[in-house]
Write a protein that binds this ligand. Structure first.
Ligand SMILES: *Cc1c(COP(=O)(O)O)cnc(C)c1O
Length: 382
């Protein structure tokens, strides 16, 4: 029954025989030129004009006051949590339906993830479920949100914009504000996604992006922190560069810093990729439109962007009827050389996080059994 889909995907990717991957980079712009420039000038490492330029371009595009590059998205998220003051023993609210990096970054801080359900309309953190959990489990004392059962502080909340679809940000911003919780957006998947005309990753204290090879744009590997607070951004930059106080020759450091600097060659790729971002987004939206048309008359439900949002449609997704149908869909497509993939296993089911606190996770469970990603790369031809 899924042969029609195999045929359709081969047609829209204009690829009658070869393997069709889920998402591959498109490097047809100035990538080679900028890389050659790095090599010709010997600026291949952590100092160079592309680093500064890349930060400026992305800040301007997203509307963030400042951005700071980082070696990857996972470390950017870890640093964002540290910068917001997360300490050992704090609790951090996040969603169970996410890529492992979100929960890992929380753990690197010595903090504990608390898993709150997602909404079916966004696949991201649910404001209502969060409100319910906070009402039942926490109290505010001295402008601090405390978990009544553990007596630990709820310091931050990390929603994630699944596959580029923005969560209900207005509601989350309000809940976080009312409860003295810092909002840190994991916008790793949502470069080019807007919530009511404002770019994802710019609603909270800090947002982070990833430029891994499978993301909407890539720097090979890389990440970025987005700030509305310039002083905090300056401090972030300082920490990513071993907290070295600038001086002509002296080694002087004033914090335990990190070597999280993105090399100039990676930033050079980033500059070339950003030039093509509008084209990527349009191209991906064309593909999505074709998927929408195709699935209109079928039993599978194509996942469309939430209301008032413009998604980057990083990875297109469909909802199957149940887990059995999901598995047979995965089998038939992958056996026929078309890469499709289920959504992540819920974080609370992994051994490292199985003891974490959690609210009612019925939506996440429902989606875990049904969601499948379809090939979503930028297409050159057609
Ligand atoms: C890709 C991704 C990250 C960061 O990944 P890196 O590979 O470290 O750049 C973080 N969170 C989510 C949800 C992601 O998809």
């Amino acid at each position: 029954m899924y042969n029609g889909i195999v045929h359709f995907i081969r047609k829209i990717f204009n690829e009658p025989n070869e393997f069709i991957p889920l998402h591959v980079p498109c490097l047809n712009g100035n990538e080679k030129k900028y890389l050659s420039d790095c090599i010709d000038t010997t600026y291949v490492s952590s100092v160079g004009k592309y680093v500064d330029r890349f930060e400026e371009i992305v800040a301007e595009y997203t509307g963030a006051k400042k951005s700071v590059v980082c070696v990857n998205g996972t470390n950017a998220l870890f640093l964002a949590l540290k910068l917001s003051g997360v300490e050992i023993g704090d609790e951090i609210i996040t969603q169970p339906l996410t890529f492992i990096a979100t929960a890992n970054a929380i753990s690197y801080c010595g903090a504990y993830p608390v898993f709150i359900d997602v909404d079916k309309s966004t696949m991201g953190l649910s404001p209502e479920k969060m409100k319910t959990w906070l009402n039942e489990n926490t109290e505010i004392k001295n402008n601090t949100c405390l978990n009544k059962a553990t007596n630990r502080r709820i310091k931050a909340c990390v929603p994630m914009h699944t596959f580029g679809h923005p969560v209900h940000l207005n509601e989350l911003v309000n809940i976080c504000y009312e409860n003295h919780i810092d909002l840190i957006e994991d916008a790793a998947e949502s470069l080019g996604s807007f919530y009511k005309d404002k770019h994802t990753g710019t609603f909270g204290k800090i947002g982070i992006l990833s430029f891994n090879g499978n993301k909407t744009i890539t720097t090979g590997g890389g990440g970025m922190l987005l700030f509305n607070d310039e002083d905090l951004a300056a401090h972030a930059k300082h920490l990513t560069t071993q907290a070295k106080i600038p001086h002509k020759w002296e080694f002087n450091h004033d914090y335990i810093g990190y070597n999280y600097r993105m090399p100039n060659i990676n930033a050079a790729l980033g500059c070339a990729q950003m030039e093509q971002l509008p084209f990527f987004l349009k191209n991906k939206r064309d593909l999505t439109q074709q998927y929408i048309e195709f699935f209109k008359d079928r039993d599978e439900i194509f996942f469309v962007e939430p209301k008032d949002c413009s998604s980057n449609y990083w990875l297109n997704a469909i909802i199957l009827k149940n887990q059995e149908e999901r598995d047979s869909f995965l089998n038939i497509t992958n056996d026929n050389g078309i890469m499709t993939r289920p959504i992540w296993k819920l974080m609370n089911k992994l051994p490292m996080f199985s003891n974490c606190q959690q609210g009612d996770l019925s939506n996440a469970q429902w989606l875990e059994e049904r969601i499948v990603n379809l090939p979503s790369s930028v297409r050159y031809e057609n």
